[in-house]
Every structure is written in structure tokens, then in C-alpha cells.
Design a protein around this ligand. Sequence first.
Ligand SMILES: Cc1ncc(COP(=O)(O)O)c(C=O)c1O
Length: 373
Amino acid sequence: MTGFSARVEQVSISGIREVFEAAGEDAINLGLGQPDFPTPEHAREAAREAIAGGKADAYTSNKGTRSLREAIAEKYARDSDLDIDPENVIATAGGSEALHIALEAHVDIGQQVLIPDPGFVSYDALTRLAGGQPCPVALRDDLTLDPAAVEAALTGETAAFVVNSPANPTGAVQSVEDMREFARIADEHDVLCLSDEVYEHIVFEGEYRSPAEFAESDNVAVVGACSKTYSMTGWRLGWVTASHERIERMLRVHQYAQACAAAPSQYAAEAALSGPQDAVEEMVAAFEQRRDVLLDGLADIGLRCPTPEGAFYAMPEVPEGWVDEVIDRGVVVVPGEAFGDAGAGYARISYAVDIETLKEALEAMDAATAAVR
Ligand SMILES: Cc1ncc(COP(=O)(O)O)c(C=O)c1O
């Protein structure tokens, strides 16, 4: 009988799903990784027009339509003062595919990829699927990734290190100094920095900067997406940008696995990126307000929680048995260990819900805390 590849056998379905299944149907779900806002109307309209006009029936160029890649390059010029050639952009099926093709193109069998711990679940799984070895790097107490820890963990076998800011599951935002350091490490050690920037616009404090702004070599690859910024998770539209040589290698994987990103989504994404940005500002303001409600609530309960400066997650330290008690009270949160061994003793709370719901969930958390203390 045909068996299964050793690579796929190393990967299991994300622990997050198990938590959803454990919760009842009426549960308040603070486990979701997507904004609870509609996709901006002008993005939907652009897809409708493309479909009605017959523009979305055929394959696009493998890298995506030229006009979408120009809109992505324009975004980087506007937000980060980066000069990106639209030829060095591949539109992908979400940030997920961008991470996948980046790791496939750069990681050899047995090579190491340094990943934040706790960190987004895909880094570990996609590294394994590429035949590589994930090497978790524990975060600082404030849940940011320490460039010195990354530098100390590099070996001759390191193919890449992943930086994710603002981060899932922590909501942490790396400082500009850290980003400068990550760029220096990529330059000096001649190793790829894979910068996952899918939450780049959801920042409340500080300033968002990409390591790509500081690198002097071509060793930074940047992953972005419309998913979180424009509440377009269902559209599956992301991208990766890097040097010509790197893009050319990633395109080999993308071409055979995907051919091109879905054409209607490409039109929607182009409109989202180049149209009015007020929907993003409104969403970020709403997230900030909710974050404050959540942080106040957690402080009242007596749970320590580093202040998340971006994304829509908070990661408090929680007592033993807390997550189960909270889930038993009808609120879904994800145990920190779903994101790596160093996540043990924490829980991820997504606040992509309205304030009333959040307050109700905080009551359940209060009761759960009293029950386990
Ligand atoms: C840090 C991070 N990177 C990438 C992704 C993938 O996003 P997409 O929906 O665009 O594939 C996610 C989704 O949760 C994420 O949290």
C-alpha cells in the first residue's frame, strides 16, 4: 500500500480547530483569526465588475495582473518608501501561500528555520513540509522577538529566520531598532529574513517598519496580504516580494502549485489597495477600543498581559486549567501551547468581536479565574 510521506506525517491539523470543536455552538468565539468587518464595498464591486465584464474568466499572468502588482508596489512606496519593481511581486492565495512558496524555494532538506515561539502555527508546519527543521526561538517577557536571540541561534544550517510583526498570537509589535537589527543579521550572516507583515496596518502604538527598509543585501523577503487589513480572509489574496532571483525561484513553486491567484480576488485586491483607506482606519480604531476594554478587564481579573500594540490578539499569562474553565463557560480561547512550547501558561484571546460580547466574555473569564485559583 502507498504510505504517506514522512514530511506530511510530521504535521497535524492545528490545535486551534480542536478548541473550536470542544466548544458548544452558542459559544462566544474569541479564537478566530479574522476581523469581524465586511470587505470594503469598492473591493467587492471591483470583483463584481471584473466578473460581469468577463475579465476574470481566464488565468492571469502567473505572478498576477500587472495592475495588481503595480498597486502592491505603490502601497510599499506610499507606506514604507520602498521602491519595489512590480516584476518582483507574486500575488498568492493569501499570505499562507506566500509563506509556503518562500519556504519551499529557500529551505533544503534538514536545514533549519528559526521561528518565534510562541508563533503563528504555519511557520512550524510549512518548514516541516519543505523538509526543513523548525527551530523555535523563545520570545522576550514582553512577547517580542529578540534579535540577539535570533543571532545566537543561527548555525551553518540556518536557511531562514521568520519575523512577524505585528504578531499572531501575541499582538506584539517589534521596535524600529529591532527591525534594523533583523536587517543587519540578514545582511551580515547572509541568511534570509522572511518578514510576515500581514498585520502591518493594524498598529495602535509605535510605528510600523519593515526590515526590508533597512537591509543592504537582498536577504529580506516580505509577505503581505489583503486578508486582515481589508477583512478579506475569504478572498485568499496575498503576495510576496523579494529580489528578482528569489522571486524567480518562488515562482517555480507557485506556477506549478497554483498557476495564479484567483482572478476575481486580484481585481478586488487592486481596488482595496488603491482605493480609499478609511475602512482600514475605522477598523483599526475599533480594534484599539476593544483592546483597551480587554486589557482593563484582564487587569481587573488580575491576569498579567503584556500590552499588545497591534493585530487583534492579546496573550495573558493564565493559571493552570484556565483555558478549559473558560471554554466550559462558553467562551473559546486558544491555549498558548498551540503556538509552540513556550506558549504554555498563556492563552490567546482574539478580540475580533464587539465590545458587548467582549464584556460578556470577560465575565466568564473572571469566573473561570476564581474557579482555578
Ligand atoms: C501571522 C500570520 N501570517 C499569515 C497568515 C495567513 O493569512 P492569509 O489568510 O492571508 O493566508 C495569518 C493568518 O492568520 C497570520 O496570522
